[in-house]
Design a protein around this ligand. Structure first.
Ligand code: ADP
Length: 193
C-alpha cells in the first residue's frame, strides 16, 4: 500500500497512520517527526528547520524532498508507506511523482481528511493540556500564534493538492470529525470500498 494522508494540522493524520500501518504492512513516514528528530539531534538540517517550524512556517522543499528521498530507499519502506505530512506543496508533490516514476511505482490513494478549523484549534489546545498533565512538554509550535500560521500555510500551500490529486482521480475524502475509530473505518472503506 502506498498512501498519502492529506489534511490540516491536527486533522488526525498521524493517529490514523499509526492505526493502519500494520493492517497494510506499510510504514508511516512523517516528515514532521523526521524534522523534529533532526532538531533534537541539532543536525545542520535540524538547525535550519528549527526556527521555521517553531514559527509555523514550511521548511524549504529541497530539505524535505531530500529527507523523503532517502527514507523511501530504506528497507522498511519497500513493502509500502503511508506519507503523513508530505507532500505539503505542489513542488513536493511533483518531486514525489518523479521519485515514484523512477522506481516504476504508483500511489494507491490520497486520503484527505475534511475537518472544521475551529475544532482543530480546540484539539491542539487539548493536546497541549493532556501532554502537560502527563508531565510532558508541549510541542514548541503548538501555541495559538504558530498554530494559526500552520493553518494559513495549509490553506495557501497544501490545500491545492486536493485538486492536484483530484484531477488524477486519486483523491478520496474522509470526514475527519468523526470518532477516531469511525475515521479509521472510513479510511479502510475508502481504500477497499
Ligand atoms: P502538523 O501537526 O502541523 O501537521 P507536522 O508534525 O506534520 O505537524 O509538521 C510540523 C512542522 O514541520 C510543520 O509546521 C513544518 O514547519 C514542518 N514540516 C513537516 N513536514 C513538512 C513538509 N512536507 N514541508 C515543509 N515543512 C514541513
Amino acid at each position: 500500500m502506498r498512501l498519502i494522508l492529506l489534511g490540516p494540522p491536527g486533522a488526525g493524520k498521524g493517529t490514523q497512520a499509526k492505526r493502519i500501518e500494520q493492517k497494510y504492512n506499510a510504514v508511516q513516514l512523517s516528515t514532521g517527526d523526521m524534522l523534529r528528530a533532526a532538531v533534537a539531534a541539532q543536525t545542520p538540517v535540524g538547525q535550519q528547520a528549527q526556527p521555521i517550524m517553531e514559527s509555523g512556517g514550511l521548511v524549504p522543499d529541497e530539505i524535505v524532498v531530500a529527507i523523503i528521498a532517502e527514507r523511501l530507499e530504506s528497507p522498511d519502506a519497500q513493502n509500502g508507506f503511508i506519507l503523513d505530512g508530505f507532500p505539503r506543496t505542489v513542488g513536493q508533490a511533483e518531486a514525489l511523482g518523479r521519485m515514484l516514476d523512477e522506481k516504476g511505482l504508483s500511489l494507491d490513494a490520497v486520503i484527505e481528511f475534511t475537518v472544521d478549523e475551529d475544532e482543530l484549534v480546540k484539539r491542539m489546545e487539548n493536546r497541549v493540556a493532556e501532554t502537560i498533565a502527563a508531565g510532558g512538554q508541549a510541542r514548541s509550535d503548538d501555541n495559538p500564534e504558530s498554530f494559526r500560521k500552520r493553518l494559513v500555510a495549509y490553506r495557501e500551500q497544501t490545500a491545492p493538492l486536493s485538486d492536484y490529486y483530484g484531477v488524477k482521480g486519486q483523491l478520496k475524502s474522509v470526514d475527519g470529525m468523526q470518532d477516531i475509530d469511525e475515521v479509521t473505518a472510513s479510511v479502510v472503506t475508502a481504500l477497499e470500498g
